[in-house]
Design a protein around this ligand. Structure first.
Ligand code: PPS
Length: 279
């Protein structure tokens, strides 16, 4: 049964022996950002034969109830792997949770961290859209984005989705604990436009052999995004919660947001030594 749980090992000749597979702690974690493209990055890394991923978000380091269960519980959430394979999990909630960097370091100070970023103004709208969708589905009342974001024409700094877009503040906490070389920044917009080069860079960062190829991706015109083709011929697009239309926001409010993020973005670029052409 355990052997069957190792994805990508269906041919009998390559079946691992039962003893070789076990659950291991992650060698790499996609820490965020929420709505940055974390699911796409995880699924795309999973195309690599030496990568196995935790399918569901684990929320171990950021949810007290989970953290109290200890590392044995965390390990039990991981896929079965062979020696030499890298286990990867993604929980976008890790990035902005103050207690998480130190906890991750205590789990494994050599763990590699992947951070996928996206224009923070677009990210905020996407974040709001997800919350709105959840509230509407549960028949709960909701406010418009402008009601949450603006008061008397001014940006509300305490708005949670806005704070999650202040990348420099959160990264600063991670860099208090981890060296810069241990954090690989993925360009979320580039991953949407052309995933392959971003995956090549991620493979290199993870010290993986170059096994992901351009033929693993095809553009699906119905979805409007790249979808995945695995070596076994499986075709996979992300679900409809990824890439849905964003909630409306006036262009005036959007421009205000862009102005608001100018300085935080500059600080983030300085921190990562890289420029992004965000609004
Ligand atoms: N190939 C592909 N297919 C579909 N969607 C893609 C893809 N690559 C990146 N994206 C973008 O991923 C955004 C969702 O990000 P996350 O997966 O990090 O969201 S979440 O935090 O886990 O909810 C989602 O954001 P929205 O467009 O705002 O919905 C997508 O733009």
């Amino acid at each position: 049964l355990r052997v069957l749980r190792v994805a990508g090992y269906s041919s009998p000749s390559s079946s691992p022996s039962r003893n070789a597979t076990k659950q291991r702690l992650p060698g790499a974690i996609i820490i965020g950002v929420r709505k940055g493209g974390t699911r796409a990055l995880l699924e795309m890394l999973n195309l690599h034969p030496d990568v196995e991923v935790a399918k569901a978000e684990v929320h171990y380091f950021n949810v007290e109830e989970h953290y109290r269960r200890g590392l044995a519980w965390y390990r039990s959430q991981m896929p079965f792997t062979l020696p030499g394979q890298v286990t990867v999990e993604k929980t976008p909630g890790y990035f902005a949770s103050p207690q998480v960097p130190q906890r991750v370091w205590e789990m494994n100070p050599a763990v590699r961290l992947l951070l996928i970023v996206r224009d923070p103004a677009e990210r905020l709208v996407s974040d709001y859209t997800q919350v709105l969708h959840n509230r509407v589905t549960r028949h709960k009342p909701y406010k418009s984005l402008e009601e949450l974001l603006l008061r008397q024409g001014h940006i509300v700094p305490a708005y949670k989705a806005l704070q999650r877009s202040l990348y420099h503040q959160h990264l600063d906490r991670w860099l208090d604990v981890f060296p810069r070389e241990q954090v690989h920044v993925v360009d979320g917009e580039a991953l949407i436009r052309d995933p392959f080069p971003e995956l090549q860079r991620a493979e290199r960062f993870l010290d993986l052999l170059p096994r992901i190829t351009p033929s693993n991706f095809y553009f699906n015109t119905t979805k409007g995004f790249y979808c995945l083709l695995s070596a076994g011929g499986h075709d996979k697009c992300l679900d409809e919660s990824k890439g849905r239309p964003h909630a409306p926001l006036s262009s005036r409010a959007f421009r205000k947001l862009c102005r608001y993020f100018k300085e935080p973005n500059r600080l983030f670029f300085e921190m990562v030594g890289r420029f992004f052409s965000w609004c």
